[in-house]
Design a protein around this ligand. Sequence first.
Ligand code: AKG
Length: 256
Amino acid sequence: MITAAAIQFTIKPGNVDANLAHARDALGRASDRGAQLVVLPEMWSCGFCGKSLAGLAMHTAAIAEELQDLSRRLGLVVVGSMPEPNGDRVFNTIHLIDNGRLAGIYRKVHLFSLLGEDRVFAAGDGCLLADTSIGKIGVIICYDLRFPELSRRLALEGAQILCIPAQWPKPRNEQWRTLLQARAIENQFFVVASNTCGMVGKLDFFGMSMIIGPRGDVLAEAGDRETEIVAGLDMRDMAEWRAQIPCFKDRRPELY
Ligand SMILES: O=C(O)CCC(=O)C(=O)O
């Protein structure tokens, strides 16, 4: 059994110190509750801060180092995205940290053009499936959830847990829930998704961070306030379920 947590909080735009202080405390609380895997929201260190983003991205290397230190001391796998400098643009980047080790980097592939992300960010051009101390972890970021091919590729390569940092605003609550459950059901893996909550800049976020099992069963769900949700991921049960309904074996990839 793996214990997973999602940290949900109201990101303070541009206020790296306040966001980092919150994350530090929340990681400690999640660890006290037995968490081995912790997911933070998308762009948790500073939010989407428009023009100042390139400057804020300069803090990311130092924050990632502190996360590595925290992860080592608390014995955690940590996932969450931050801005990464890239010339006059930035990447929206996950540093996947496993007990102090940087296990991989993922840069958001699908930029959310509705909110102009494609004007500020550079898009990533790869996937990340990391072999960690607690199993094979795939990662995607927020809008990537609408593109099932990406999660499917990670599942076919062996992902057991899909981690999703997000800033997914109102009023698309039910789309968020449905898509998270769909990814879990069709890929028969666990989904650990962290969303922000409250007002962040001009956008209103509903929270609803979720931990979902391979049958689509909701193992833990947050409301619309700051919190940490925690749930056990039973890997043996996942293997039994996969044997009972062998979707991977029954695929007909020659037809699609
Ligand atoms: O797809 C959506 O509805 C929200 C996506 C989003 O806000 C993002 O990727 O930042």
